[in-house]
Design a protein. Structure first.
Length: 304
């Protein structure tokens, strides 16, 4: 009897000690970044506003002093691999999804982007309009072999564009550009020089490229399928150990709700990059980002 009691004591002690160690373990976040503007740009004299993703990362680091933070700059494709491998990492600029994926679990929405557009050079833009309408019928364009499509090889758009790309096997014949250093710049340079005829991206990416390099990338609105605004989010590795994503996102969501998203500093940063192509940004931000914060349901995460 005494032997069994002694064994039970050790088992209970081990469980309690394990719970104590787990509870006292400091959370950490490796923030994955890249060098592609206008998403990641460090502040300097020529760019007084940090990139769209730098600002929210820095504000979260300030708002979460109890978490250990590290920044790592790597290409997007490698960042995806890092998340897939289950590192304790988050990426600040992802397209929001209601449900987690095998790769990441998402925060509450953090910003609102304008609809995707077709980007082209002056010569090809006119030809695309004549062949596929204004606004452009995207499925018609994507299946037209006369126009060369180009894309960064790790780029995704969220539904429904990803479904269209998959169904028509878009990436099987696209001119894929490596997502190494300055990925957007490299792709749009190919576009400007006529190596590809068009790509798909946010209109503010073209604004940034045109303003910085004095170029004339054209933004062609998409009419079919109808495009809608896109919500951004923080994404943290779903496969990281000890239910990492859910644990760290509780803290991230609370900081977003109470500190970051309502702040004038963050909204000013987003306006600086988005309003040129998205004059109704503030109205959409109020509707899709600030208004839902009043709901108590987002204080934690509810995962399927």
């Amino acid at each position: 009897m005494r032997k069994h009691l002694k064994k039970a004591f050790y088992v209970i002690s081990s469980l309690l000690l394990g719970s104590y160690v787990h509870a006292s373990e400091q959370l950490s976040i490796t923030w994955l970044e890249n060098d592609s503007g206008p998403f990641y740009i460090e502040k300097n004299e020529t760019t007084p506003h940090a990139g769209l993703c730098n600002e929210i990362t820095d504000l979260l680091i300030t708002a979460l002093p109890h978490i250990k933070h590290t920044k790592v700059t790597i290409p997007q494709k490698r960042a995806n691999k890092y998340l897939d491998e289950g590192h304790m990492a988050c990426y600040a600029c992802m397209i929001h999804r209601e449900q987690k994926t095998h790769r990441v679990t998402y925060s509450i929405p953090t910003t609102v982007y304008p609809p995707f557009t077709v980007l082209s050079n002056s010569e090809q833009a006119e030809k695309i309009y004549k062949a596929h309408g204004n606004p452009v019928s995207l499925i018609s364009l994507l299946t037209d072999a006369h126009f060369m499509y180009g894309q960064n090889d790790a780029r995704k758009f969220g539904n429904p564009l990803d479904n269209i790309a998959k169904n028509i096997k878009l990436y099987d014949y696209a001119a894929l550009s490596s997502t190494g250093s300055q990925a957007s710049y490299a792709l749009l340079t190919q576009l400007e020089h006529g190596y590809i005829d068009y790509t798909i991206d946010y209109p503010f990416v073209a604004d940034y490229y045109n303003n910085k390099y004095q170029q004339d990338i054209k933004k062609l609105a998409i009419g079919d399928p109808e495009q809608h605004v896109v919500l951004g989010a923080i994404g943290c590795s779903t496969s990281a150990p000890n239910n990492y994503a859910q644990r760290v996102l509780v803290d991230i969501n609370n900081a977003l709700k109470n500190t970051v998203l309502p702040s004038e500093k963050y909204q000013q940063n987003q306006r600086a990059w988005l309003e040129e192509s998205f004059p109704d940004f503030l109205n959409y931000y109020q509707r899709f980002i600030l208004a839902p914060l009043k709901s108590p349901a987002i204080d934690g995460l509810e995962l399927e």
